[in-house]
Every structure is written in C-alpha cells, then in structure tokens.
Ligand binder design. Structure first.
Ligand code: HBI
Ligand code: FE
Length: 285
C-alpha cells in the first residue's frame, strides 16, 4: 500500500512515514526526546491530571495512576509490561494517523498505535492530529480496563466488514462517541472516559458542567447515525450507564442490516434532538 506523503516538521520527530514499516510501526526511540520535550510532557500531565481526579471515571483514574507517567514522556516498553499483565494489550509506535485498514488490524490484535512525537509549544491547547500526549495520556489508561480492552479488539475486528459494506463512517462514529468523546454515569454523576475530552481541559469542563450541552443516552444505532465535529467541542455527547453497556449493546447488534438501512442516509446533525428523544438532564454530582 502506498503511504501518504507528509509535511516536514520542525521537531525532527514528526511524521516519519518514510521510515515506517509496512504496518506503519516505528521504533519509539525514547532517547531521542529532548529535555524540553520531557518538561513539556510534565506540564501537560500536571495540567490535565488535576482534572482527571474530579472529572474522569474510576477506570481512567486507576489506569493513569498505574502507568506512573507524570515525570516525563513514558517508555512504551514500560507501559507494555503493565499492559501485557493486565489486559494483554501492547503499544506500538506510529508516525501519526495511519490508514483505516491498518489501524483496525492492529486493534484486532490488541496492538494500540501510539503516535511517537509530542506536540509543539504553540499547540499545547489544541491539536487536530493525535500526538503522544493524546494517545498515551488519553487512551492508554483505559486499555487497562477489561471492558475497554475487549471492546477495542471487537472494534478492530468489525472494521473489515464495515469497509466491505461501505459503512466505515457508521462504525467510526461508535469509536468517536465512546473511545474519543464518551461519558459514563458513575455514582449518580457524569464522568469522562473519552480520550478526546480528557486530553482537553476546556472540553472536560464543557462536556460535564455546561447546562446547554446535549447529552443523550448511549444507543448504538443512534450513535452510528450521528455526524460529528472535528474542529470544535462536540455538539452531542452520548452517556453510557456503565462501561460494560458498551460491549453488551454491541455484541447483540446485527451490524449488517443496520449498515444496509442507514449507510446511504444523511447523518443526523450533531446537536439535533429527534422527536420522542429525551435529553438527559443535569447529572453533575
Ligand atoms: N490512526 N494513529 C491513528 N489513530 C487513530 O485514532 C486512527 C488512525 N487511523 C484511522 C482511525 N483512527 C479511524 O478513522 C478509524 O477508527 C475509523
Ligand atoms: Fe484518539
């Protein structure tokens, strides 16, 4: 497969698609990170970890604590020792966003692609592409949760069929509204488990605390029909009753007919409530 061409970067670590293997993996080269990069990681970590205590679900808080990665950019091999014992997952270094088919194949084999480079100083608050802070801080804690560990493998397995049925957009929305921007009800309140939220301080506050935010109960087909925003805070969040609901709802779903019915229909715009739907009220604890 032809690899996408990439722009040259200033860090010297960014977007090394030319040197990646056929499965898009690259060595982490942990010794290549500069003291400035480790210091930037510490600042990003310090800023987000306070919010984690108050706004993230228990699985995220526990996972992050187990990873013990406050002091600097973590080594994948250290995380892999913890992950392999806990859930059998393994981190692999990648140069950034990788093709869908390859991304799915890694997940189906319990390999989680983590971008190796760290955002620049002027991008601390916002980045459109994944970097190591988003991928590691945002995603890896949840890989220690048995439910999310199993779910991501199932998601990877589902990829080939979705692509064959020309319904990738529908499957991708499941990932987007859970793994990236998912909320879960916990102890009567609302907590964050999505990596896209928890790696952004603004969106963490917004998704949980803002009274005007549209929050709907998680319902797999509704999620698969809902378009999403990539350049602003989400206009709709879906709330799981518990993390296991994710697996329970999706293993019992026959994706084929759902894809067949909805794949050519225009998506429900983010932020829209359908007749008969009841948005969740204030759940903040
Ligand atoms: N590659 N590195 C990386 N990270 C992602 O989250 C990712 C990807 N490639 C494809 C992809 N996500 C999604 O488009 C699929 O979930 C559909
Ligand atoms: Fe992500």
């Amino acid at each position: 497969m032809k690899k996408p061409s990439t722009e040259t970067s200033t860090s010297g670590l960014r977007g090394e698609y030319d040197t990646a293997a056929d499965d898009y993996t690259v060595a982490q080269d942990w010794h290549g990170y500069t003291p400035e990069m480790h210091e930037r990681w510490r600042r990003l970590y310090a800023r987000q970890s306070g919010l984690v205590e108050t706004h993230a679900c228990a699985a995220f808080r526990e996972g992050l604590a187990r990873l013990d990665c406050a002091a600097g950019i973590p080594r994948f091999e250290d995380a892999n020792a913890i992950l392999s014992a806990a859930t059998g997952w393994r981190l692999i270094g990648v140069p950034g966003f990788i093709p869908d088919a390859i991304f799915f194949d890694h997940l189906a084999h319990r390999r989680f692609p983590v971008t190796r480079w760290l955002r620049e100083e002027h991008e601390l608050d916002y980045l459109v592409e994944p970097d190591i802070f988003h991928d590691f801080f945002g995603h890896v804690p949840m890989l220690l949760d048995p439910t999310i560990a199993d779910f991501l493998e199932l998601y990877g397995q589902a990829g080939a069929r979705a692509m064959a049925m020309d319904a990738l957009d529908m499957l991708a929305r499941i990932y987007w509204y859970t793994i990236e921007f998912g909320l879960v009800r916990e102890d009567g309140g609302l907590k964050v488990f999505g990596a896209g939220i928890i790696s952004s301080s603004g969106e963490t506050h917004y998704s949980i605390e803002d009274d005007t935010v549209l929050r709907l109960p998680f319902e797999a087909v509704r999620v698969m029909r809902t378009g999403y925003k990539i350049d602003s805070f989400q206009k709709t969040y879906f709330v799981l009753e518990s993390l296991p609901q994710l697996i329970e709802d999706l293993v019992s779903l026959d994706f084929g007919p759902v894809y067949e019915t909805w794949r050519t229909a225009p998506p429900i715009p983010a932020g829209e409530v359908l007749p008969g739907e009841t948005p969740l009220g204030e759940l903040t604890s």
